[in-house]
Design a protein around this ligand. Sequence first.
Ligand SMILES: [Zn+2]
Length: 155
Amino acid sequence: MNQPKVFFPKLDALQFSGLKELREKMDARSEPDIDILMRSVGVSVTKDKFEIDDEIPIVENRKAVLYIQEPKRFQGRVSVPKYHIFHCSKIKEMQEQGLYHRYHASSRTDGKFYLKLSRTNELSLRELVLCKFCLSELKKRFGWDVFPKEPEDFL
Ligand SMILES: [Zn+2]
């Protein structure tokens, strides 16, 4: 019987424990940092990641702005979503319907969010409007005259 020829004997070095450990560390370092994701494309909201503190959504232990990254299409038209800064009645309604997973969480403070507006997975940055229920909560908390106008005033 012919023994299988070892074409790449140096690949055995990949089994070396020190190298294996180093590769694991490199892989760990190459994982996207959650803060970078939250400030850029956002992270998906799942039941176990979503908490509420004083009616403010908390995702990955951070205050989060919620928005739907992939808006609904109806008769070829895209309905541009609003963003949410509170656990408002719209978010509660979506949770009751088991649709919270449609939301993305972001820590952006410029009111601009990455959306999937085309049928491809391409993301485009769009400025969104604050949800009317969240605006109402904002006014309740800060009054009509002094409520923050910019998302960064809130976060
Ligand atoms: Zn809202």
